[in-house]
Design a protein around this ligand. Structure first.
Ligand code: NDP
Ligand code: 2IT
Length: 446
């Protein structure tokens, strides 16, 4: 390993020993930069590796709000502004009880490379709160979102930082957040993406991450394996925004979705998942996925989310959360003859699992490339807001398809250039880093 990479990783380990997700992402990314640090002495001369892996700033604030009983609740709020060398900070907000600085730093770091891969002018950031939306009423979610924005609005803007959704933040939350922002600053400038269609949202944004994941996977299946989704069995973890639209597109492409999940467990339906029923449970009632069994007598419930990887499938699309595929899960998938694992969630495979996929030469689509469709259409939403114009559904979908195809082609070409065509992870890291590092060097030490 190049000494610059080794020293940087050691320093992070010493400074942030408890930030395990951040250290994991930093290790995964920096170790793949080995050949380019050798090749380009400017990276060492200007300390680009160290400057790249540390966020520009972290904003940590207190969020106080009242629940329906009138009790005062207190949560932590964050915005990690990671890197704005190629465009305004851009990335989602996550509301989940597990949210902390480590998770948001890993997500922000990934976002910098992902946004660069889209080729649109967006820097990287991430934010959120340890607020748990499960079981909260609509008015509680609104109170929380308003209190969160009462702090966040000071740090965001159409040219500075443009947040969006992530786990626990969908159209409802973006609506409440945007409403409070507009009230506070008296500007309707589109500062969040994922907005409702009636106030500046883009067609296809809700579908974009799941559809984009399938467009990426379709390209990979064709160009690496000369095959397609047609007739393939697919496991999709999660049952939120990304998972449901991925399932929708897999079915449109002729695949069969055997299983989906939530944090309680897995539904397995050998007849193929009835997506309408899943959407009715999840979108309509915000219920639990095991309710699927009430109307689907052939389906089974497996009471551990990891068990989804024991189901014999051709393609796995992890669309729930980080580290949901560990080394054991990866071995099980490989033993069952999986041909492709393409990531809808961020960092769903541990570094050990990802290495197994790459070493075994299956198609492994790394998150920062395969799930970039969501932020890509967020970028297109920003363009439409700036133009005061809306593209049609077909126009946005065609642009998304072309962006995902380009991402695949660019990272595959880079993986081949570095003599490991199956290492799309290295391809994505190096290709994404190129534009960011060039911009940092060109803009001097600051
Ligand atoms: P949602 O909140 O819409 O859905 C999250 C889903 O994941 C829920 O079904 C949730 O179940 C499930 N889940 C959470 N933890 C676990 C677990 N440990 N095991 C199994 N299932 C779990 O979020 P999104 O669909 O938006 O996000 C999913 C992933 O995709 C995240 O990693 C996110 O960062 C990533 N992503 C999202 C993008 C977007 O545009 N929304 C863009 C790119 C990536 P439960 O209800 O039980 O919590
Ligand atoms: O992880 C991600 O790329 C997102 N949650 C979407 C970010 C965005 O700004 O649309």
């Amino acid at each position: 390993m190049h000494h610059v990479i080794e020293e940087t990783l050691n320093q992070l380990q010493t400074q942030y020993p408890y930030q395990k997700e951040y250290l994991q992402a930093a290790k995964e990314i920096l170790t793949s930069f080995d050949p380019i640090v050798e090749r380009d002495p400017r990276l060492e001369k200007y300390q680009i590796i160290q400057r790249f892996v540390i966020p520009d700033r972290i904003i940590h604030f207190k969020v106080c709000w009242r629940d329906d009983k009138g009790n005062v609740q207190v949560n932590n709020g964050f915005r990690v502004q990671f890197n704005n060398a190629i465009g305004p900070y851009k990335g989602g907000l996550r509301f989940h009880k597990s949210v902390n600085e480590s998770i948001l730093k890993f997500l922000g770091l990934e976002q910098v490379l992902k946004n660069s891969l889209t080729t649109l002018p967006m820097g990287g950031g991430k934010g959120g709160s340890d607020f748990d939306p499960h079981g909260k009423s609509d008015s509680e979610v609104m109170s929380f979102c308003q209190a969160f924005m009462n702090e966040l609005y000071k740090y965001i803007g159409e040219f500075t930082d443009v947040p969006a959704g992530d786990i626990g933040v969908g159209a409802r939350e973006v609506g409440y957040l945007y409403g409070q922002y507009r009230k506070l600053v008296d500007r309707n400038d589109g500062v969040l993406t994922g907005k409702g269609l009636s106030f500046g949202g883009s067609l296809i944004r809700p579908e974009a991450t799941g559809y984009g994941l399938c467009y990426f996977t379709k390209n990979a299946l064709e160009k690496m394996n000369n095959t397609s989704f047609e007739g393939k069995n697919v496991s999709i973890s999660g049952s939120g925004n990304v998972a449901t639209f991925a399932a929708d597109k897999v079915m449109q492409f002729g695949g069969k979705v055997l299983a989906m999940s939530d944090s309680d467990g897995v539904i397995y339906d050998k007849n193929g998942i009835d997506l309408k029923a899943v959407k009715e449970i999840k979108e309509g009632r915000r219920g639990r996925i095991r309710e699927y069994l009430e109307n689907h007598k052939d389906a089974l419930f497996l009471d551990d989310p990891h068990k989804i990887w024991t189901i014999d499938a051709d393609i796995a699309l992890p669309c729930a959360t980080q580290n949901e595929i560990n080394e054991e899960d990866a071995k099980t998938l490989l033993k069952n003859g999986i041909i492709a694992v393409c990531e809808g969630a961020n960092m769903p495979s541990t570094n050990e699992a990802a290495k197994l996929f790459i070493d075994n030469k299956i198609i492994y689509g790394p998150a920062k490339a395969s799930n970039a469709g969501g932020v890509a259409v967020s970028g297109l939403e920003m363009s439409q807001n700036s133009m005061r114009y809306n593209w049609s559904r077909e126009e946005v979908d065609a642009k998304l398809y072309s962006i995902m195809t380009n991402i695949f082609d660019n990272i595959y070409a880079t993986a081949k250039e570095f003599n490991n065509p199956h290492n799309l992870l290295q391809g994505a890291n190096i290709y994404g880093f190129k534009k960011v590092s060039e911009a940092m060097i060109a803009q001097g030490v600051n």
